[in-house]
Ligand binder design. Structure first.
Ligand code: BDR
Ligand code: CA
Length: 310
């Protein structure tokens, strides 16, 4: 199996991504690391423990960064509610978080299995950037970073910037200039993966606790997308990362040069993607461009279905 570390800020779509990964035998999940983002890191960590509990997974959880490297505070209660995971009933975790910081865990895991650890961040890139700065030797040892964030076109938190990129643009800059093989799955891709009511119904039809949990998560998540975009469901951003690792044939990617806008102007946090190769700069990322949404949701339902009965 492929060794992965899932780094995120659950978050409805982060939670679904964790469930997808933890149900997939093709992956060996070495650890779950948490970061501030949708809500504060205490809550994203608690939510990660909740999802681990629900998945009955035996995998360690490590708390990470509570703030961006340089930028000011940011959060997305508007989308995910006060808890970061509003909607379903959340079980009480029976196990706690490990003592080690997420960035140190990443460093140790990569050094122990050089060339054989894939990082899957679905929030601000702060933990990954910290690890790269604390231990520059790990850059050539990381197999790949598969990040949900950015966009080749419009943003969602400002007209130009996507939330995870804007949340810590300096961390994103460190990652995009690190030389580590990188896959960027941005809004231009995730806006093709809408969890409309028929897709939510497929999770409910599993008639299992985890299937129902996902259905209720997606119903809450849909609300913001209805109000803001007029869409009939939420864009299921984060699970595209693990889905791409599992079934790359469901997607198209293209190599591009991507630069993070670190200026203080209206484009701050934009992932400026050289779609047409006009800069002549060598590509630093495989950028997802197309999603087979039915294939993606089919995979998700099948994997969530593996959690079985109560
Ligand atoms: C990203 O922002 C968060 O709200 C979601 O969890 C996702 O990672 C989408 O812009
Ligand atoms: Ca996220």
């Amino acid at each position: 199996p492929l060794n992965v570390i899932l780094d995120g800020d659950p978050g409805h779509d982060d939670a679904v991504n964790l469930l997808l990964a933890l149900a997939s035998p093709e992956l060996r999940v070495l650890g779950l690391t948490t970061v501030f983002g949708n809500v504060g890191v205490e809550r994203t960590t608690h939510n990660t423990l909740v999802v681990r509990e629900l998945a009955r997974a035996d995998v360690p959880v490590y708390r990470g960064a509570d703030r961006p490297l340089v930028a000011g505070p940011i959060s997305a209660e508007l989308v995910h509610g006060e808890s970061g995971l509003d909607g379903p009933h959340l079980p009480t975790p029976s196990r706690n978080v490990e003592a080690e910081h997420a960035a140190h865990f990443i460093i140790h895991a990569v050094r122990e299995q050089p060339g054989d650890v894939t990082l899957v961040p679905t929030g601000p890139l702060t933990n990954v950037a910290l690890a790269l700065r604390l231990a520059p030797d790990i850059a050539p040892l990381i197999r790949r970073i598969v990040w949900m964030g950015g966009s080749t076109d419009t943003g969602n938190w400002t007209p130009a910037a996507e939330f995870n990129a804007l949340a810590d643009p300096h961390a994103a800059h460190i990652v995009f200039t690190s030389g580590v093989p990188l896959t960027m799955i941005g809004l231009n891709a995730s806006h093709q993966a809408i969890a409309h009511p028929a897709r939510v119904a497929a999770f409910r039809a599993l008639a299992t606790p985890v299937g129902e949990f996902v259905a209720v998560l997606l119903e809450f998540f849909a609300e913001h997308h209805r109000v803001r975009y007029g869409w009939d469901g939420g864009a299921l951003h984060d699970p595209l990362t693990v889905a791409w690792l599992l079934r790359p044939e469901l997607f198209r990617t293209r190599p591009m040069h991507v630069e993070i806008d670190l200026t203080g102007g209206p484009s701050r946090g934009r992932t400026v993607a050289d779609v047409w190769g006009v800069t002549g700069k060598a590509p630093n990322a495989e950028v997802m461009t197309e999603v087979d949404a039915d294939g993606f949701f089919g995979l998700l339902v099948e994997r969530v279905g593996r959690y079985g009965g109560p």
